[in-house]
Design a protein around this ligand. Structure first.
Ligand code: PLP
Length: 437
C-alpha cells in the first residue's frame, strides 16, 4: 500500500560531520556556530523531505559511504495489517463547500483559463484587499500591494528570493515551518536562530534584544504557529515591533492559520502602529488548492514580484476565481469551523493526556505538540517509527523544525484536523500499546 506520511530526514540526528552539504558556488561558506550560520542546502537524500511518499512496507535504513556521509534508503517495514491513522499532515476539510467547487467549475466552463496577470486576477486581489481590511483595518492597493502566488509556499519562496541578498542577516524562531530554512538557504541568508522552549514557547525577549542589531534585515514570524500552536500576543508583537522600528528591520509574517485562532484573536503584525511599511504578510486560502498571496507596501512588493515572475509568473486562473468565493465566505462559516475544531481538539488533547504524554498548550492551528519521552524511545524519529509500526498512527517528528535537530528530539506533533472517530481510535490504540518506561 502506498501511503504518504511526513518524515524528518534521519540524517539530522547524526553528527554534522557525517552530513553532506553543498553550498551555492557563488556564496562562500562562513564559519558558523550553533546560533548563527550561513545556511547550506542539504543534498537530496539528506533533505528533510517533509512529505516523503513511501510505502508502508518501507522503513529508512542508513548505509555508510567512503566519504563519511550516510545514505538513507527505504527497506521493508513491517506495518502488519493495521489500518494506519494519519495524525501527521494537515489534510483539512477547509472550504468543503459546494459553492466554492461550483465556482471553480464555472470558471473553467467560462473559459477563464488563460494566464492571469502576474500579480493576480484583479477581482481576486480586490477580495484579498477587502478581507485584509476587515481583519486588520488597513486599506491597501490591490494592484500594487498584493501578489497572488501558488500557495503560501510560493509567497515564502518569492519573498526570500526577491528580498534577501546573500549574506543578509535574518532572525528566525525555532521551531519553524521547514520551508523557511530551505528558502533562506537558497537566498544565501545568514540565519540567526532563537529557540523557543517548552512549555510555553514564548519569545525570549532578552535574547531577541541582544540578537537584533543594525545588521539585521528581517525577523521572520509565524502566527498562529506551526508546529507549536502558539499565537503571538499583542505584547510579544509589540516587543518585536519596537526594535524593528528602532533598527530599521523588516518583518515577514506567515499567517496561513489566521482563521484557526481558538483561544485568542489573531493579531497581524502589519496592523501594529508603524509596522505596515516594514511588514510583508503571507497567507493562503483553500488548503491544498495552492492559492496564496503576499501583502506588502509597493517597495517590498516590487522585490517579491521580481522573484514571482521567474518562479511561476502567474497562478492558476480558474482557481483564483474559486478562491475569491472562498474569501467572501461569511464569518458564520469560520465560527462553525472553529466550533467543530474545538471539539476535535478536546478529543485529541484530553486523549493524549490520558495516554500519558505531556501535552503543550496550543492556542491556534490544528497542531498539538507533546513530549514523547515518558515512553522511553530514543528520539522523535524512533518514537514516530514505533508509532507507525506498532500502533498504526502517524505523527510528525519535530527535529525537522529546528536548525539544531537535537532541540526537537523530545517532541512530536499531532494534528486534530481529522474526523472524530479517527481521533478517538488513534487515542485508544495509543492507550493500549504505549507503555510508560
Ligand atoms: C506555517 C505554514 N506556512 C505555509 C504553509 C503552506 O501553505 P500553502 O499550502 O498555501 O502553500 C503551511 C502548510 O502546511 C504552513 O504550515
Amino acid at each position: 500500500m502506498q501511503v504518504q506520511y511526513s518524515w524528518a530526514h534521519f540524517q539530522m540526528l547524526k553528527s554534522p560531520t557525517s552530513t553532506s552539504f553543498f553550498t551555492f558556488s557563488k556564496h562562500s561558506q562562513k564559519g558558523s556556530d550553533s546560533s548563527s550560520r550561513r545556511t547550506h542546502r542539504r543534498i537530496n537524500n539528506n533533505y528533510p523531505s517533509f512529505m516523503a511518499t513511501i510505502s508502508t512496507q518501507n522503513v529508512p535504513v542508513s548505509s555508510s559511504h567512503d566519504d563519511g556521509s550516510t545514505q538513507i534508503t527505504h527497506q521493508p517495514l513491517q506495518v502488519t495489517s493495521l489500518h494506519i491513522l494519519f495524525l501527521g499532515l494537515n489534510t483539512c476539510p477547509f472550504y468543503s463547500i459546494e459553492v466554492v467547487f461550483e465556482a471553480a467549475i464555472q470558471a473553467i466552463k467560462d473559459e477563464k483559463n488563460q494566464y492571469a496577470p502576474g500579480y493576480g486576477v484583479p477581482d481576486f486581489n480586490e477580495a484579498i484587499a477587502a478581507r485584509f481590511k476587515k481583519d486588520t483595518g488597513l486599506v491597501i492597493d490591490p494592484k500594487k500591494e498584493i501578489t497572488v502566488t501558488s500557495g503560501c509556499t510560493e509567497a515564502i519562496a518569492a519573498t526570500m528570493l526577491g528580498l534577501i541578498n546573500p549574506g543578509d542577516e535574518v532572525i528566525l524562531f525555532a521551531p519553524f515551518y521547514d520551508s523557511y530554512e530551505t528558502t533562506l538557504s537558497m537566498a544565501g541568508a545568514e540565519i540567526k536562530c532563537i529557540t523557543w522552549r517548552p512549555t510555553d514557547f514564548s519569545v525570549p525577549l532578552e535574547e531577541l534584544k541582544s540578537t537584533i542589531s543594525k545588521n539585521t534585515l528581517v525577523i521572520l514570524i509565524n502566527t498562529p504557529h506551526n508546529p507549536t500552536g502558539k499565537m503571538f500576543t499583542r505584547d510579544e508583537l509589540g516587543a518585536i515591533a519596537s526594535p524593528c522600528i528602532e533598527n530599521d528591520v523588516l518583518v515577514f509574517t506567515d499567517e496561513v492559520y489566521d482563521k484557526l485562532a481558538f483561544d485568542m484573536d489573531h493579531i497581524s503584525m502589519a496592523s501594529l502602529p508603524g509596522m505596515y511599511e516594514r511588514t510583508e504578510t503571507m497567507n493562503s486560502s483553500l488548503t491544498g488548492w495552492k492559492i496564496g498571496w503576499a501583502i506588502a507596501p509597493p517597495h517590498l512588493t516590487w522585490g517579491v514580484r521580481q522573484a514571482h515572475s521567474f518562479l511561476t509568473f502567474a497562478t492558476s486562473t480558474p482557481m483564483q476565481w474559486a478562491a475569491m468565493v472562498a474569501l467572501r465566505t461569511p464569518d458564520s462559516y469560520f465560527d462553525e469551523l472553529k466550533r467543530d475544531y474545538m471539539v476535535k481538539k478536546e478529543i485529541l488533547v484530553e486523549g493524549l493526556k490520558d495516554v500519558g504524554f505531556e501535552v503543550f498548550p496550543s492556542r491556534g492551528t490544528y497542531f498539538v505538540l507533546v513530549d514523547h519521552t515518558p515512553f522511553g524511545l530514543e528520539n522523535d524519529i524512533s518514537f514516530c517509527e514505533y508509532l507507525i509500526k506498532e500502533v498504526g498512527v502517524v505523527a510528525i517528528p519535530t527535529s525537522v523544525f529546528y536548525l539544531n535537530p537535537e532541540d526537537g528530539k523530545s517532541l512530536v506533533r499531532f494534528t486534530f484536523c481529522k474526523d472524530e472517530e479517527s481521533l478517538r481510535c488513534a487515542v485508544e490504540r495509543m492507550k493500549e500499546k504505549l507503555k510508560k518506561k
